[in-house]
Design a binder for this molecule. Structure first.
Ligand code: NAP
Length: 464
């Protein structure tokens, strides 16, 4: 509990901020508001699902429990006595922008960029051509994805993209049942992955090793796979010898070193393999109704005007027979009702976190995280990003440039929201879901067994 509880429930001086989304960006924004603001500032977090923490729960791979432990920090913020959680409340459905404008001085969108980017090539829509975003949501037990079906009965999968999501997908396909069974992977995914026949995953980068978007620990940890060798063809790396990219950073340089080490290490004879390939762009996914292979163009690197290297297709074509394709080429945003959206960038239109519409800066509306800058960076990147936006909000608070809602008590506002969504999941309710999941996990030596249906979550939330 904070020692700052001076304002009373009927205090007209309260400044109310609504945050839409309880993932990392929303959690960091809340923390910065509560840390740096006047004591009468109150934060209500709206979350579409009954469970908080966004991509930490539904994006971070199950075999990365350390990354997930960041929720301990979010919990401390969520337990602050000037913050409330309204879970199971969807913006634009149960609660509208007009509702929020009537009751809050400011609104911060922290909704991420939830959908996959399309490759835009023939065959993308075939059966067994999957969006990595769907696969990730599915193995992490996101209720929207839990009923999807993944056919892993073939020997080779191709993963398009050279980012950390591509590596997550490759690892998840290569971990053994025993390794997966000690994680918080959704039960339905464990069942399917346990019987997977996939023996080889080819991860396809359109540019060279120095331009790959992996981070170093994620690339290095492939070597720890107990059942899969990491294979890099030295001849493919040699295609970029002598080229230098002045725009790359130390992470990229280290990536290239790690990849050269992989290329110089003969396979140790493990039963499965992850093959990392470079300078290849898929131009068609082949198959009759279902994926049977991928046709790729061999690329060369050419310097762009800013010096960075881009991929240019040569006339060379190669075919990889494959049973499944996972498209892991990044996420993009979807528009929220009544909120300006930049279709080209796939983010909420903003300048430095202030939402901007055709009429200019929108009073009292802000954006943080991937919805602000696009899907880049690691979880911690969202902290500075959220803090920067909150600083703009606090400047506007100081300058009298927020919204001007009629005063309302906490209790009246709570009643107003519950009138629109009677099944609100508040923080105590979530704590019950959390405890329930962890208890289920204890019985099988796992961190938790995730509930994957909203109705199950609501039942656990209300169980006393
Ligand atoms: P990402 O890092 O942006 O990587 C996307 C990859 O797809 C890039 O290699 C990109 O190549 C490639 N690509 C884009 N369009 C393509 C096309 N048309 N054809 C072929 N390849 C294409 O995206 P992400 O992997 O989805 O990750 C999103 C963010 O989450 C990243 O910041 C990532 O680091 C983070 N994340 C972190 C972790 C972790 O820390 N463990 C785990 C998962 C995700 P180009 O570079 O040539 O465009």
């Amino acid at each position: 509990m904070s020692d700052e509880t001076v304002a009373t429930d009927t205090d007209d001086a309260r400044v109310r901020v609504a945050i839409i989304g309880s993932g990392p960006a929303g959690s960091y924004a809340a923390a910065h508001l509560l840390r740096h603001s006047a004591r009468e500032l109150h934060v209500d977090v709206f979350e579409r699902l009954p469970t908080p923490w966004g991509l930490v729960r539904h994006g971070v791979a199950p075999d990365h429990p350390k990354i997930k432990s960041v929720t301990k920090i979010y919990e401390r913020t969520a337990e602050h006595d000037r913050q409330r959680l309204f879970g199971n409340v969807e913006f634009g459905r149960e609660i509208t922008l007009a509702d929020l404008r009537a009751h809050y001085h400011a609104i911060i969108y922290a909704v991420g960029t939830p959908v996959d980017r399309a490759l835009g090539i023939p065959g993308e829509e075939l059966g067994r051509s999957y969006a990595a975003t769907d696969f990730v949501g599915w193995y992490n037990g996101h209720p929207d994805f839990r009923d999807l079906r993944f056919d892993l009965s073939g020997e080779r999968a191709v993963v398009v993209g050279a980012g950390n999501v591509a590596l997550d997908v490759a690892r998840m396909l290569m971990l053994t049942e025993r390794e997966l069974a000690s994680t918080d992977i959704a039960d339905h995914a464990l069942e399917v992955l346990a019987t997977s026949q996939i023996r080889e995953v080819q991860v396809i980068a359109r540019r060279g090793p120095e331009q790959a978007a992996f981070t170093n620990p994620e690339l290095l940890e492939l070597a720890d796979l107990s059942e899969a060798d990491v294979v890099v063809d030295p001849d493919e790396l040699a295609l970029v010898d002598g080229l230098s990219d002045p725009t790359i950073d130390t992470t990229s340089r280290r990536n290239a070193e790690i990849l050269r080490e992989y290329a110089g290490t003969p396979p140790s004879g493990k039963p499965r393999r992850v093959v990392l390939r470079f300078l290849l762009s898929p131009i068609a996914i082949e198959g009759d109704r279902r994926v049977e292979g991928v046709t790729l163009a061999r690329n060369e690197l050419v310097a762009s005007e800013d010096g960075s290297m881009r991929a240019k297709a040569t006339d060379e074509r190669i075919s990889i027979p494959a049973h499944t394709v996972f498209r892991a080429i990044g996420y993009t945003g979807t528009p929220l009702p009544d909120v300006p959206f930049d279709e080209r960038l796939g983010v909420i239109s903003n300048v430095g976190g202030r939402v901007v519409g055709p009429e200019g800066v929108r009073r009292g509306e802000y954006v943080v995280g991937w919805a602000k800058r696009g899907p880049s960076g690691v979880i911690g990147t969202n902290k500075k990003d959220a803090n920067d936006t909150v600083e703009r909000l606090l400047e506007d608070l100081g300058g009298g440039r927020l919204l001007d809602p009629a005063p309302i008590t906490d209790a009246a506002l709570d009643a107003y929201i519950r009138e629109r969504q009677p099944s609100v999941v508040d923080y105590e309710d979530w704590a019950r879901i959390d405890k329930h999941e962890q208890k289920l996990g204890e019985q099988s030596g796992r961190p938790r067994v995730k509930l994957t249906r909203v109705q199950e979550m609501l039942a656990a939330a209300k169980r006393r």
